[in-house]
Design a protein around this ligand. Structure first.
Ligand code: F6P
Ligand code: MG
Length: 460
């Protein structure tokens, strides 16, 4: 069995992440709370806000001085015991001693306790403002896709070839929508975000998909459709809000309108998570933005650094058309959102079958799509597998015979990778070696430039 990546491993992104990125993310959280402290007009909120700032500063200090991870404060939610039991089992580990996956989840869950234990900040999303900014900056890509939505979702008169090309394109859009997550790309400019999202960028990046099982998904969903099976549900375990959630909904709209699925269930997080992950409130924000795009993208856009977008009448109409379609699916019960505390546990997904209710629910789906890097890390235990390890082996309990079909749509932003052909990792390490000729790091896999679309049929 492969060992999980640890924060102390200087060759892995875990080390860079724990020592460089997390302190920046905590500082940004401190700024966000500080800016939201109301002052004398609201004494309680001000007092609690100052305490949160103090707690965050203490957390940053402990992290940067490699102190022992303290048990999580009881915020009344049932997952605290799960974290604290795991922590107790590890002895009294320090930040650099623990596994990357455990400590990164612990970090975000610990930040959540600071808010959950207050009265006035209970529902405050400390990462909201950065999420809104990136959603607004995604307008050009949203427009490009919105204008195409009605032709894409018309009842299919496509030839088989055209229909499989369209299928691939929509899945590619959904895949690369994951390249813009905020925890990693904090330094991107608006222009850079926009250029990452356009159709030209998508074409260019096709060669960077290192393992691609999309044909199998096309065969699966089209043959289920022709089988006449009444209910054909597809689940999406979401990753980031903003543009990525937009493309996830776009995929949902496409699958439902083409009859490639009869129901789509979306799984968001319960707490602000890895900066940009979807909360139920982000889902509502996006739908409101699509319902009234002028208000969200133009009127309420207060970011003076952003080039002011214009929204012509036909643009606003295209976005509203997309909203109307999604709202209808939602009202008909075909598009729904389902929360579960499991998604913010520290566990690799290998423990899913132990969570009987959720597991039985997922097994009743025809396909479970896991978006993004963190979900991939959890699917594979965030472990240092040889890169040619078969995907189904790395899935462990979710692999063959599990009863669940798993598709990972992941742009690579961490070390773990499986299912590659012999020699691919070596070639990319060689290309990315630094000027000291150091090939010991898998740095090609850290920045979302490469991707995998990997499938395991656990129902076979
Ligand atoms: O290290 C970068 C990172 O924060 C990883 O910890 C995490 O896996 C990833 O970015 C988040 O990416 P995504 O939003 O695709 O899960
Ligand atoms: Mg994320």
């Amino acid at each position: 069995m492969a060992e999980p990546y640890r924060n102390s491993d200087q060759n892995s992104f875990a080390f860079t992440s724990a020592t460089k990125r997390w302190p920046i993310i905590i500082t940004q959280a401190i700024d966000a709370v500080f800016r939201a402290i109301p002052g004398p007009s609201d004494e309680l909120k001000t007092k609690e806000g100052r305490k949160i700032v103090e707690d965050l500063a203490k957390l940053k200090y402990e992290l940067q001085h490699n102190r022992v991870l303290s048990p999580l404060r009881d915020d009344g939610l049932p997952d605290i015991a799960h974290y604290n039991d795991a922590l107790a089992a590890l002895g009294e580990p320090r930040w650099l001693e623990v596994s990357w996956l455990f400590s990164e989840c612990y970090l975000y869950r610990r930040i959540a306790t600071y808010f959950k234990t207050t009265t006035a900040w209970n529902t405050f999303d400390v990462f909201l403002s950065s999420k809104l900014t990136t959603l607004r900056s995604s307008l050009p890509a949203i427009l490009e896709l919105a204008h195409r939505y009605s032709s894409i979702t018309k009842q299919s008169t496509f030839t088989d070839d055209a229909s499989s090309l369209l299928f691939d394109e929509i899945f590619l859009i959904c895949l690369w929508g994951n390249a813009t997550d905020l925890s990693l790309l904090t330094t991107l400019t608006y222009d850079e975000i926009q250029s990452l999202q356009g159709s030209h960028a998508r074409k260019e990046s096709e060669k960077n998909i290192l393992s691609n099982d999309l044909d199998k998904i096309y065969d699966l969903l089209t043959s289920l459709k022709s089988s006449g099976q009444q209910e054909r549900r597809v689940d999406i375990v979401l990753d980031n809000s903003g543009f990525e959630l937009f493309v996830d909904l776009y995929l949902a709209g496409y699958l439902l309108s083409q009859g490639l699925a009869t129901n789509i269930v979306l799984h968001p997080k319960n707490h602000p998570w890895f900066v940009s992950d979807v909360l139920p409130s982000d889902f509502a924000i996006l739908l409101n933005a699509l319902q009234d795009p002028v208000d969200f993208f133009i009127t309420k856009n207060e970011n003076e650094h952003e080039i002011k977008h214009e929204l012509k009448t036909e643009d606003a109409e295209a976005i509203k058309g997309l909203f109307a379609s999604l709202a209808t699916f939602h009202a008909e019960g075909k598009l729904s959102i389902r929360t579960n505390k499991y998604w913010t546990l520290q566990d690799p997904f290998w423990t899913l079958p132990e969570h009987t209710e959720l597991w039985e629910d997922l097994k009743s789906s025809e396909l479970v799509i896991y978006k993004g890097d963190l979900n991939y890390r959890k699917l594979t235990g965030d472990a240092a597998w040889p890169p040619t390890t078969p995907f189904d082996k790395a899935l462990q309990t979710l692999g063959k015979g599990s009863g669940c079909r798993t598709l990972a749509l992941r742009t690579c932003k961490a070390d773990v990778v499986v299912g590659l052909d012999e020699g691919v990792d070596e070639r990319l390490r060689q290309e990315y070696k630094d000027n000291t000729n150091d090939q010991s790091k898998r740095s090609w896999a850290w920045h979302g430039k490469y991707a995998v679309m990997q499938y395991c049929d656990g129902k076979a």
